[in-house]
Design a binder for this molecule. Structure first.
Ligand code: SF4
Length: 477
């Protein structure tokens, strides 16, 4: 496997050999944080690289393993790490790329391009300036093929950095529905003058292979994990049917914000929403990364049958729905699509809309008003910017620096380090079952990752200590 180091200030890309043995935590969020710590130590805590890495099991057939992580550190030493789905991790693995380190900043907008034969170079991206993410993805796929994976930022990155994200394409060649979002990831792209990372499909994709009894053992353990996912009620039944929608998923925040509203517009039943998605001509039970057997994603079409949005889930439903009293599926998806096109974090955008509804600037249930506000986000004429510049700037939202682990996962439940291994949803199900947890541990050892302490608690200290050393590095400088 390879590490690609793109020196954006020099316009060069070099490569190094990636060895599992060089890292205490050789995958996903842990690897990103450890690599950041190493680089910052070398450079004396100056400008942080932006690091993208694939999961520990990416490249094997283990379900939920094709996740990617992205991270950087700001000058105060806060570490921002996001774990995200889509086709990035699998496309990078196709070309034997384990990690990308984007260093320095370019003077002109650039794109990191990995060609179908695995060669990496920096190309001029001036022609993509000012475009929304949907248009950027269309253009890059026109140039490099429909099966290329694209990571890119949008107009939000420049002017609304705190709410900006990086979007990622899906295996289904639609538009870029996945987000690497906490902490203004889009800003990390724009500060480096990086517009996109595009990875072409490889005609001869690399896969981690095993031989002899190792292969038999790996297959058996993968089957153990897959059958645990299939028999768990969440990952085997509820998630494939309804996606990650909680029970009574529209009621709580909406009622808290506006108790005087009647419950008439609510659509609480998950089954009814599945029906709506299907009758829109859309799809349920889709996988957001190649090879995930849980398949909890979905896709919605507009009234003309055109693709509208992918991945309606608890975040979209709560934040674009119940926070604002908007309950029509296609309205929620259209708001999702506008947010994606701007390259804005959907959680923070939903929070903003909720703030506006609470302040009376957006009437509850006004879907057309919400869309008007979001159109043009990132451009100086954008209604959202205008509103906030006239009203004292963006409210202080919970921008979420992370210490190398996904906040929101509970360490005491063993959920903190999912981002090193696989999507957190299957991870949670597997961690409930000691046999599956043991199988994962053994799978890791078959890949070649050696750890002499217990799994997964070995990572808690490791990942946090990398984050700690990044902070110390910055403080010393
Ligand atoms: S469990 Fe759902 S969110 Fe996670 S990888 Fe599978 S399809 Fe994607």
């Amino acid at each position: 496997m390879r590490i690609l180091r793109a020196k954006l200030d020099k316009g060069t890309v070099t490569e190094e050999v990636f060895s599992l043995k060089d890292f205490a935590c050789p995958g996903g969020a842990g690897l990103v944080t450890e690599y950041l710590a190493k680089r910052l130590k070398e450079t004396g805590g100056k400008f942080s690289p932006l690091v993208i890495a694939t999961g520990l099991f990416t490249g094997t057939r283990l379900a939920g393993a094709s996740i990617a992580a992205m991270g950087w550190a700001d000058p105060s030493g806060e570490v921002y790490v996001s774990v995200f789905g889509g086709d990035c991790a699998s496309r990078l693995t196709d070309h034997e790329v384990k990690l990308i380190s984007l260093e320095g900043a370019s003077e002109v907008p650039v794109c990191l391009h990995i060609s179908s034969d695995g060669k990496a170079s920096l190309t001029d991206a001036s022609a993509l300036e000012g475009r929304g993410t949907l248009s950027t993805v269309r253009k890059l796929r026109e140039l490099y093929g429909e099966r290329s994976s694209v990571l890119c930022c949008g107009p939000s990155a420049e002017s609304c950095g705190a709410i900006s994200c990086v979007v990622c394409t899906d295996p289904d060649p639609a538009l870029p529905p996945r987000q690497a979002s906490p902490g203004g990831m889009g800003r990390a792209f724009s500060e480096r003058n990086l517009t996109a990372v595009v990875t072409e499909h490889s005609p001869r994709p690399f896969r981690i292979s095993f031989s002899g009894r190792h292969k038999e053992r790996f297959d058996l353990l993968s089957d153990t994990v897959n059958s645990a996912l299939g028999s768990d009620s969440l990952t085997g039944r509820l998630l494939p049917l309804y996606g990650p929608l909680p029970e009574d998923w529209f009621s709580s925040p909406w009622r808290e914000l506006s108790p005087e509203l009647s419950a008439g517009g609510e659509m609480r039943e998950k089954a009814a929403w599945r029906e709506k998605i299907l009758s829109s001509g859309g799809f349920c039970s889709m996988s957001c990364i190649p090879g995930c057997t849980v398949r909890c994603s979905n896709s919605v079409k507009d009234r003309k049958g055109a693709y509208l949005s992918t991945g309606l889930d608890h975040e979209t439903a709560f934040l674009f729905g119940s926070m604002t009293g908007i309950f029509e599926l296609r309205d929620i998806c259209a708001i999702d699509s506008l947010t994606t096109d701007a390259g804005s974090d959907l959680i923070m955008t939903g929070q903003l809309l909720g703030e506006l509804a609470k302040a009376g600037a957006l009437p509850f249930g006004d879907a057309a008003g919400a869309k008007r506000l979001l159109r043009g986000t990132g451009s100086p004429e954008g209604a959202l910017q205008r509103y906030f510049s006239e009203n004292g700037g963006l409210p202080s939202l919970s921008v979420r620096p992370q210490t190398g682990i996904q906040r929101g996962y509970r360490p005491e439940a063993g959920e903190f380090c999912a981002g090193c291994f696989m999507c957190p949803l299957p991870w949670r199900a597997l961690m409930k079952d000691p046999a599956s947890a043991d199988a994962l541990m053994e799978l890791a050892s078959l890949i070649g990752w050696e750890t002499d302490s217990a799994f997964p608690s070995s990572l808690e200290g490791t990942v946090s200590s990398f984050a700690e050393s990044i902070r110390e590095g910055f403080n010393e400088n």
